[in-house]
Write a protein that binds this ligand. Sequence first.
Ligand code: NAP
Length: 479
Amino acid sequence: MDKELFIGGEWVPSESGQTMVITSLVNGKPYGRVSLGSRADAVKAVNAAEAAVKAWGRTAPSEREDILLKAADILARKRDDIVDVLQNEAGSTFGKAMFEAGFIVNIVRAAAGECRRVCGTTYATDIPGAFSYSLRRPLGVVVGISPFNFPIVLGGKKLAFALAAGNCFILKPSELTPLCGLLLGEIFQEAGVPPGVLSILPGKGAELGDALIGHPAVKLVTFTGSTVIGKRIAQTCAVKLKKVTLELGGKNPIIILKDADMDYAVQASAFSAFIHQGQVCMAGSRIIVENELYEDFCGKFSDKAAALKVGPLEEKDTVIGPLIRSAQCDMIGELIVDAVSRGAKLLTGGGWEGNMFEPTVIADVTPEMKIFHEECFGPVVIIAKADSPEQALDLANNTEYGLSAAVFTNDLKQASFFSENIEAGMVHVNGPTVRDEAHIPFGGIKNSGLGREGGRYSIEEMTELKWVTIQNEKAHFPF
Ligand code: NAP
């Protein structure tokens, strides 16, 4: 599978002539070759978007809606192709790939629905003889930078809502998953997106980032990825006074209070922690259990983790497949050694071969250990003990991150206390930390990000709000 860059409605080789081979995570064989975008290609893509932006911004909502609905239908039709690329390129298990391929259809349909809801407000006014209202206008050219872990959903969500709002959009997919990004380009092209409105530009973030972000025609950078890179992008945007939204990392707490339904909590926690080998921003990787349930929970949860099927991606019931790169395993290994040397107990796992990391559970973890704070992005869960709900809350909030959180309890007062006081953008009572819907305000606080994505929240981020008054009677002036 050889793919070129998608710029200005055409498939073109990179200006530098550089290409990159993608090796399949399913079988280790070459899966595809992709053109690697250069700075010159980045400028070309922005120029193409700038040329298309006025006409696209003026399209009727029904026209954009029609294209997005067609794209959703094509995405549904091409489900098997999407699953194939997600498995081979992103190392998705069959179940995760099927979920992602289904969810993107949902997202694009939700974005289609938003085309007719790009609206402002009318205001009561003290100005005599005036009519006062606000309207939303597209921003212009939007750049999206996406990570490797959910490449279709995370790239596709930015793309669909940007187009729905009337913006032109350039996607810079992760260099680990360029084919996923390019497949989105093919599908939206087939759906009828006009030339220039969408470009897909695989390449290295370190090289393309500044060329894209620094271009004066780019009005918004919407980034999903690590906190380190997100902060760097935010700094560049700040200097240019450019709008930025950031969906960043997490070290998401799951709190299990003494009255929780234990077996259900074990199951929900295992799903939160181990889906996609823990390579999920919302992964419930930090479990805090109240004293009374602690020993019992540790036993049941580590048994559950040890029983998960670790295996090849070809087998449809594999739960734990490979990590995206083996370097990740070394980093996680060091965190485990540090924790154990400071008194943590390794209950199961801890080993790896190549990029296959065993599902791992570590108990008696405290905030003094690095692993309590650092995102592992692997199938590794830590468990800490709390003597009271108040201590559980303190432990939960003892993190630089604030993306997702879960609390397991049947006590209504505790449920509302925790949902109000956990420092996170998303809290689930008796549900997993890994949860998303196309129309909800997805996003984090603290070092987990800025801004929200999904439904009208994406539209709000991707438009500018303009206040308008129309003076129907002459106004009076003091001089
Ligand atoms: P990453 O290393 O930060 O990369 C994300 C994207 O940024 C990639 O496309 C990357 O390109 C690009 N990039 C790198 N350096 C850049 C630069 N100087 N300028 C502009 N772009 C640059 O993250 P990742 O390893 O792909 O993904 C894992 C991280 O994403 C985790 O921290 C996870 O929690 C977070 N994440 C957050 C969410 C959320 O919604 N909050 C969702 C998913 C993942 P290259 O690939 O070419 O380096």
